[in-house]
Design a protein around this ligand. Structure first.
Ligand code: BES
Ligand code: MG
Ligand code: ZN
Length: 464
């Protein structure tokens, strides 16, 4: 789908207009038949489609409710455009012009909304989903639309990758993708080099699979970088649970356990197009968590890169083991901030559902900034507590810590576990997207499957 800015209104298949509550629309036809006769109020998200019977330049007019003018913002614009796109695809429209009665340049949000709603994962379907060919917006600049398209493409990239079956999206595949980015410096470490780096926690997780691990380090360097940031994505290409194997129903969606990695890859490829003045390191400790004769076992003691020892209490708490070594690695890069994003705990999903991601860390300002950026990006982050008591049950008699403890407070406990691998002088935030990265049912503008969680927020954060 092409998205363009348009100077003059032209003939089109569908003209999309808006109606604010208690205001008239820009079309007399709509005012007479839809608003007066049919009492269309324009409550936010309502839609109404009419045929013009040749009375207007367009064959059809789609009216979208914008709610109250004073409550309208970028998030509402994104949602409204999403609603319209779903409707347009439903009626199999090919072209549409959006002529909204607004005075702000909402081009970025509008383009993101259009691309989220137009997304389908039909690569393996014989019958393909219908897509619009081209949409245009009369009120927005091409510059803002283009920015939105870059964000939309990044989300699509991440969603496609997280939706890809684990048989294809292996650690080697993620490495190959990272290598393919122009304008990004990428170093891939294979098993022997990972051993040399002393990443005993990460290696243990991957040792049960025939698909060997790849440690991926990407680097984007903008002009005159003002800040240096590392973003780490959990890259478990499949989480069977390992020897502490998951029940079938819990394993069903575990190809998505590399959603954090997919997010980081999506962000890195977009940075080259957005060219922000910043240095960003994208880090992924990719591997598979599988049960086999060579798997790591409950009771094993692992030594992470920073020398700390971990007694394996449960092989299904594997993400934190891979992140432990990735965090050590990132802290050695001498960056100002480290942000990790991970489908880390079912507990976070129990606490916040599929609506919000959990966030914690060692720096209140960084956490606040990310929460705020998320809100304006259309995502929701909710801070989880880091009370030291959550760590009590992870104390080990024979090692520095265990990888799991109590059944309760699991999202916070995982955060405290990770903190052991972060150097105190580095600002660190951890985002748990276990609930938000992958939907089993459609939600808002998203179809079921991968959502691209984190992409918009991290892109806005690193480009602001
Ligand atoms: N990948 C899972 C977390 C997860 C659960 C992600 C549901 C998405 C949806 C993680 O590796 C895991 O298995 N966590 C365990 C930890 C437990 C063994 C302490 C969990 O949450 O059950
Ligand atoms: Mg697990
Ligand atoms: Zn996992």
């Amino acid at each position: 789908m092409k998205i363009k800015a348009l100077q003059t209104k032209a003939h089109t298949e569908v003209l999309v207009i808006n109606k604010f509550e208690n205001e008239k629309t820009s079309s007399e036809l709509v005012n007479t038949y839809v608003v007066e006769k049919d009492k269309f109020e324009g409550k936010f998200g309502q839609t109404y489609l009419i045929h013009t019977l040749g009375k207007e330049e367009a064959d059809k007019i789609l009216v979208v409710g914008f709610g109250k003018r004073e409550e309208f913002d970028d998030n509402k614009m994104r949602e409204a455009v999403s609603k319209a796109i779903k409707k347009l695809n439903q009626i199999k429209a090919k072209n549409a012009i959006f002529d909204f009665d607004v005075n702000c340049d909402y081009g970025k949000s509008a383009a993101i909304g259009a691309m989220i709603a137009d997304y389908a994962y039909d690569k393996y379907k014989s019958e393909k989903v219908h897509h619009l060919d081209e949409i245009s917006f009369t009120k927005f600049s091409q510059e803002e639309i283009d920015k939105g398209v870059i964000f939309g493409e990044a989300m699509k990239f991440t969603r496609d990758l997280a939706n890809t079956p684990a048989q294809i999206a292996t650690p080697a595949k993620l490495a190959e993708i990272a290598k393919s980015f122009n304008g990004i410096e990428t170093k891939i470490y294979e098993k022997e080099e990972i051993e040399k780096m002393g990443m005993g926690a990460y290696l243990a997780v991957g040792q049960g699979s025939v698909n060997t691990p790849r440690f991926i380090h990407m680097k984007y360097t903008g002009m005159n970088p003002k800040k240096r940031i590392a973003i780490i994505g959990k890259g478990i290409c499949f989480d069977s649970g390992g020897l502490d194997i998951k029940p079938a129903s819990s394993m069903l969606t575990m190809k998505d356990d590399m959603s954090g990695a997919a997010c980081v890859l999506g962000v890195m490829q977009a940075l080259v197009k957005l060219k922000p003045e910043i240095e960003v390191h994208g880090i992924i400790a990719a591997c598979e968590n599988m049960p086999s004769g060579s798997s790591y076992k409950p009771g094993d003691i692992l030594t992470a890169k920073n020398g700390k020892t971990i007694e394996v209490d449960n092989t299904d708490a594997e993400g934190r083991l891979t992140l432990a070594d990735a965090l050590c690695y990132a802290c050695e890069l001498d960056v100002d901030e480290v942000i990790d994003i991970a489908t880390l705990t079912g507990a976070c999903m129990v606490a916040l559902g599929t609506v919000a991601s959990g966030i914690m860390g060692n720096n209140e300002q960084l956490i606040k900034d990310l929460i705020k950026t998320a809100e304006s990006s259309g995502e929701k982050y909710w801070q989880m507590p880091m009370f030291k008591e959550y760590f009590n049950s992870m104390k080990s008699d024979i090692a520095d810590m265990k990888n799991t403890g109590s059944r309760y407070g699991g999202a916070s406990a995982a955060g405290l576990f990770l903190q052991n691998f972060v150097t105190d002088n580095v600002k660190w935030a951890h985002i748990d997207i276990a609930g938000t990265a992958y939907l089993e049912k459609p939600q808002n503008e998203f179809i079921a499957g991968a959502t691209g969680a984190g992409v918009r927020t991290l892109l806005n954060y690193v480009t602001k």
